[in-house]
Design a protein around this ligand. Structure first.
Ligand code: AMP
Ligand code: MN
Ligand code: MN
Ligand code: MN
Length: 316
């Protein structure tokens, strides 16, 4: 079977059958593994097309790219930008970005800049809720002090024995409306999409099923995202249910957006979904990688080097 992608509205089966994982995190943001370890783990779990997409930071991409290259794993440089839209926190993934793009780097630096002050406030709020020294505790767990986030607080609180796992910490302390939640203003939607495009990348709306907004607001969000230059949407995501795969496949078709697939892996002990283990994209969708012909060639070459000729189906 040939792997050449045809730029058609309907993707050929070969393109959909690639085991792509285009959303993952390392210690450079709130993942627990080093960037190279994430790449090696992706390869070990059968991923053929892999993106590291740390929150608001591109510093892990060189290490992840080098580890992927050493294994013949096709690598996509990525990022996940925190955005405030209509009072909600929204995430926008950028794929195939040039990490050297000055405008992207400056935008990400601005987006990161409020994190430390926010973390101090979270620490003070948690102290009032009976959790002591959380700011210092969270900082001890970061790989990158500029990227201290709620996940680091969650890990500290689990370490202290106050909760069983990070999910419980979010439910009891860190989600909106809970005592350790500090509202924050992230990047504008149009700015974030613009930085990604200026860096030569494709903007993808991350895990739309996670936003606590009604259908009308979701519709407005997808429309605003597309109007700003967004081109893709995560359909098969570690944050989505099977019903949501179907729902967002329909949204992708209606809005003419490319479909993406990503586990949102953060670490072996925390993530519900392992790298490369999600089901394939539903049929009749154009995957984001359909427009990347050299990606198809690189994957075909990697398969040939492994002695495979046919398409390899993503594990269901
Ligand atoms: P922050 O950017 O600091 O607000 O942290 C956001 C991160 O917290 C997300 O990227 C997830 O990794 C994590 N997170 C958010 N909600 C939950 C949850 N309910 N359970 C586990 N992790 C969560
Ligand atoms: Mn995260
Ligand atoms: Mn996210
Ligand atoms: Mn993520």
């Amino acid at each position: 079977m040939s792997l050449a992608f045809t730029p058609a509205a309907q993707a050929p089966q070969d393109a959909l059958a690639i085991n792509a994982d285009l959303h993952s995190h390392s210690r450079v943001s709130d993942g627990s593994l080093a960037p190279g370890e994430v790449a090696r783990r992706a390869h070990a779990h059968g991923v053929e097309l892999f993106a590291l997409t740390d929150h608001d930071e591109v510093d892990g991409l060189a290490e992840a790219g080098a580890a992927a290259a050493a294994l013949g794993l096709v690598f996509v440089p990525g990022v996940e930008i925190s955005v405030t839209w209509g009072g909600e926190t929204i995430h926008v993934v950028g794929l195939r970005i040039d990490p050297g793009c000055a405008e992207l780097r400056a935008g990400l630096a601005r987006t990161r800049s409020g994190r430390d002050a926010r973390a101090r406030e979270i620490g003070e709020d948690l102290a009032r809720a009976g959790i002591d020294d959380a700011y210092a505790g969270a900082l001890k767990l970061v790989g990158n002090p500029a990227m201290v986030g709620r996940t680091h607080f969650a890990r500290y609180i689990v370490e202290q024995g106050a909760c069983r796992d990070v999910h419980e910490v979010f439910q009891r302390y860190l989600s909106e409306g809970k005592p350790g939640f500090v509202p924050h203003r992230w990047a504008d939607l149009g700015d974030a999409v613009g930085w990604i495009r200026r860096a030569g990348g494709v903007a993808v709306l991350a895990h739309p099923g996670r936003y606590r907004i009604g259908d009308t607001a979701l519709w407005s969000l997808v429309a605003a995202f597309r109007d700003a230059g967004g081109e893709g949407i995560e359909v098969v995501s570690g944050s989505h249910t099977r019903d949501q795969y179907r729902r967002f496949a329909q949204v992708a078709r209606e809005f003419g957006l490319r479909a993406s697939r990503g586990s949102d892996f953060h670490g072996p002990d925390e993530s519900r979904v392992e790298l490369g283990s999600l089901p394939p994209l539903p049929a009749a969708l154009a995957p984001v990688w359909l427009d990347w012909p050299e990606t198809a060639r690189a994957i075909a070459a990697a398969r040939a080097a492994r002695g495979e000729s046919g398409a390899r189906t993503a594990r269901a």
